[in-house]
Design a protein around this ligand. Structure first.
Ligand SMILES: [Ca+2]
Ligand SMILES: [Ca+2]
Length: 216
């Protein structure tokens, strides 16, 4: 069903020739209390092409495709608790205590059980129980009745947690669709690459390592 949704969106995009709004991805890097590395990946937006008084509304992410490296995501959710390899779902699949330590995707900017509102598309083979997001996978707003409004110029779309030993450079392509609030068209398309750690973050991580060494 969603494959149809995506292809319909692609056709609309080709017709509407998106002008602006989505400017690319960025990733915030945090060292967790257990030593793992957490990346929050955001889709960033400017106001170009946005009518006064309206907001951008995120619709879906699709065609996640590895360019280089390995994601090696760590999962700490109810699936790993059962001895399975984990899930990219959040919401009720992850306890509040584990949410920061787990890897997941979101279309709502949230991973909470009440605000997740996200569905994995069929590109997530085996329910997304993989350590790297499948090539071609995507996720979408499963609760279109509640708009997934972009606030403060960005929308959280995924959290990737890795061990420090696996924190090597990883790059992927990802496409998204979004629209103007209170309208159904035009649906707009954006496709960009993201890298973790971001080039700047690599430098910062190096500095942090030096500081740590000095403290010892
Ligand atoms: Ca997970
Ligand atoms: Ca929604």
């Amino acid at each position: 069903m969603n494959a149809f949704f995506v292809s319909s969106v692609a056709a609309l995009v080709a017709a509407s020739a998106a002008s602006a709004g989505f400017t690319g991805f960025s990733a915030d890097r945090v060292v967790l209390s257990n030593g793992n590395i957490q990346y929050k990946v955001f889709a960033n937006f400017d106001n170009v092409g946005l009518p006064a008084g309206q907001s951008w509304v995120f619709l879906n992410a699709y065609s996640h495709t590895t360019v280089s490296g390995t994601m090696n995501a760590v999962h700490q959710d109810f699936f790993t608790a059962d001895g399975e390899v984990g899930t990219w779902q959040a919401g009720s699949s992850v306890s509040a205590a584990d949410r920061d330590f787990d890897s997941w995707v979101t279309a709502s900017g949230l991973a909470t059980s009440s605000g997740w509102g996200t569905a994995l598309d069929p590109g997530f083979n085996n329910g997304g129980t993989v350590l790297d997001i499948n090539n071609g996978a995507g996720w979408y707003d499963a609760t279109p009745g509640t708009a997934n409004t972009v606030t403060a110029g960005r929308m959280l779309i995924m959290q990737i947690v890795r061990t420090a030993a696996n924190d090597s450079v990883y790059t992927a392509n990802l496409s998204i669709t979004y629209k103007v609030s209170n309208t159904s068209v035009p649906i707009q398309l954006g496709a960009f690459q993201y890298t973790i750690p971001a080039p700047g973050a690599v430098a910062l991580a190096g500095l942090a390592g030096l500081t740590g060494r000095r403290r010892r």
